[in-house]
Ligand binder design. Structure first.
Ligand code: CUA
Length: 345
């Protein structure tokens, strides 16, 4: 084998590898997963998928037809191409006007359907995008003991919603533009500082669906995910009741030591843990952090080990996020804090 054929062999392998990776990516996209626009779990996501399929299939048919015509025109001599005037008027004017008008009407109908609550009173949830996490508020749910017009339920990186009931998600951003997107449940909605946008989500199939920021918002844009948990209505009410309660009292000396170390280290100036003096608002509310599916906006599994690693090295795991690393915390304190926070279900 000479040098040139060796190089072309390597080249071919590289292309084969790229084609294989592309194919695998396509397969992965088609696979049923917690984040897939191709497997809708609600009627709005279904309507968007139908629209997508019509556009892709229609565009594909038109593309093949035009390519076949172009091929024929190249092979046949132009003067033998029949009825060229009719082709120009029919294919260049009438066909696009008719098809695009029909598509436009259909798209208006879909857009209307996407904002329709079917006459049902929607559940309102407010979501604010931060670099790089999600604040979630339930403005109609007041906290236990807060009374009428008191403090409302606030959580982070996880929306729990009742199956079958439309949810009005009101989105905005605190710093830069983010975009709220749960592919299995609906379309994207921009989150713009100083402006509120609305999106209706309907989850029909109970389950956990992954959402992801869909607008580049800085270095850790890719590590800005969240969960939407669709629960049967009775389970949703149970969750709401548990979530309204303040944090559980420490169970045993290690958890108590963890709570003390948390307060001593000043974590409460950024984080709220209801039922303790910690009442900061700059970072996620941690009152029930142990019950969430993941840590740091979908970055880490929710385990005491991962949490200890996050506290000690947040800047290493997710550089430039607003949480400083705390390498000064001793091993015992660090472990106790993680164990206490994980007990807050
Ligand atoms: Cu937030 Cu991208």
């Amino acid at each position: 084998m000479d040098r040139r054929s060796g190089r072309s062999e390597g080249h071919r392998r590289k292309w084969q590898g790229a084609a294989l990776a592309g194919g695998m990516g396509l397969l992965a996209a088609c696979e049923r997963g917690p984040q897939s626009a191709l497997h809708p779990a609600g009627r709005n996501a279904e309507a968007i998928l139908d629209l997508t399929l019509i556009l892709v299939a229609g565009g594909g048919v038109i593309f093949l037809f035009v390519m076949a015509l172009a091929g024929y025109a190249v092979i046949a001599r132009p003067e033998r191409f029949p009825g060229s005037r009719a082709w120009i008027i029919g294919g260049g004017l009438v066909f696009p006007i008719v098809t695009l008008t029909a598509l436009q009407v259909y798209e208006f109908a879909v857009a209307r359907q996407l904002s329709d609550t079917g006459g049902l009173e929607p559940l309102r949830i407010e979501v604010t995008g931060y670099m790089w996490w999600w604040e979630v508020r339930y403005p109609d749910v007041s906290l236990e003991g807060a009374g009428e017009g008191g403090e409302v339920l606030r959580t982070a990186n996880r929306l729990v919603i009742p199956a079958g009931r439309p949810v009005e998600v009101v989105v905005t951003a605190a710093d830069v533009i983010h975009s709220f997107w749960v592919p299995s449940l609906g379309g994207k909605m921009d989150m713009i500082p100083g402006h509120e946008n609305r999106l209706i989500l309907v989850g029909e199939r109970p389950g956990t669906y992954r959402g992801q920021c869909a607008e580049y918002c800085g270095a850790q844009h890719a590590l800005m995910a969240f969960d939407v948990v669709v629960e049967p209505p009775d389970r949703f009410e149970e969750w709401l009741a548990a979530e309204r309660r303040p944090a559980a009292e420490p169970d045993g000396p290690q958890q108590a030591a963890g709570r003390d170390a948390f307060l001593r280290a000043g974590c409460g100036s950024c984080h709220t843990v209801r039922g303790t003096p910690a009442n900061g608002a700059a970072g996620p509310d941690l009152t029930h952090v142990g019950g969430r599916g993941a840590l740091a906006a979908g970055t880490l599994p929710n385990t005491p080990e991962a949490l200890a690693g996050w506290i000690a090295g947040a800047q290493h795991i997710k550089p430039e996020n607003r949480m400083p690393s705390f390498p000064i915390l001793g091993g015992d304190d660090l472990h106790a804090i993680a164990v206490w926070l994980e007990s807050l279900k």
